[in-house]
Ligand binder design. Sequence first.
Ligand code: DGY
Length: 323
Amino acid sequence: MAKPKVVITRKIPAEAEERARGLFDVELNASDTPLGATGLARAMREADGLLPCVADKVTAELLAMPGRRTKIVANYGVGYNNIDVEAAKENGVVVTNTPDVLTEDTADLALTLMLATARRVGEGERELRSGRWTGWRPTHMLATQVHGKTLGLIGIGRIGRAVARRAHLGFGMRIIYHDPYPLSEAETAALGAERKESIEAVLRESDFVSLHCPATPETKHLMNASRFAQMRKGSILINTARGDVVNEGDLIAALRAGTISGAGLDVFEKEPTVPAELTSMENVVLLPHLGSATLETRVAMGMRAIDNLEAFFGGTAPRDRVA
Ligand code: DGY
């Protein structure tokens, strides 16, 4: 029997590509340039399965396209706001994601951003590399402590919990959180955490606020001018979730006005475009969406997406089905 045809939209680690080659009639993207709407349309007309990444927009138009052959979209990523899930459901296309495997890496990166922003790591490195460092002095680049402070989590799913564990057990931080789906009392206690009834209650008490909610219509611009106004003076925002969750214009205004003192961002509203107002600020740390970017995890994400395709084409339910 002919193998199902699968298009993998971007280069993925060799180990995962190799496995995909063994299982499917695979089309790889040797140049690793984005396929764009036209390339995705061609892929979805010609292939039984699509393995896109979080930067590929799988729109309602593509999913409803006459002549579409693709029956499964196995996203390479835990977040799947790049896919119009409602349109997938309406058009009978299965969608899967890659949860679990990137939890710990993303939590590591959230802590990296907290430390880097609070301790002025980017600013210090820029000073040293540009030859402006004049030597040790008691009042040089004074920062704010991280250990022992209060960390507020917006969202306490897998990644939120992994951040809480690191911050509480490693840095002795007090953890507070808000989530419409709260943890049990035992789980909350194990993280040394305390649940708050509202986002505002978290913002008012936190020295650091870290976002761990999915990008949905409900969470779009969840952090806006009125929410920044609720944050403590001197506090720091961390975003490793999705750019859409933050109104970037309002964030820039809050940073400029000193409403909050810094931000550590791995995700942006219009990736890969980052507003010049942000790149010119010293009190922000900006990373190019690196949350899951370790070789181990990127291999594991590939394997998980391939597991989902293998199950689907083998006639069983893919474990990570979201539509
Ligand atoms: C995801 O998987 O959603 C990340 O943002 C990319 O690793």
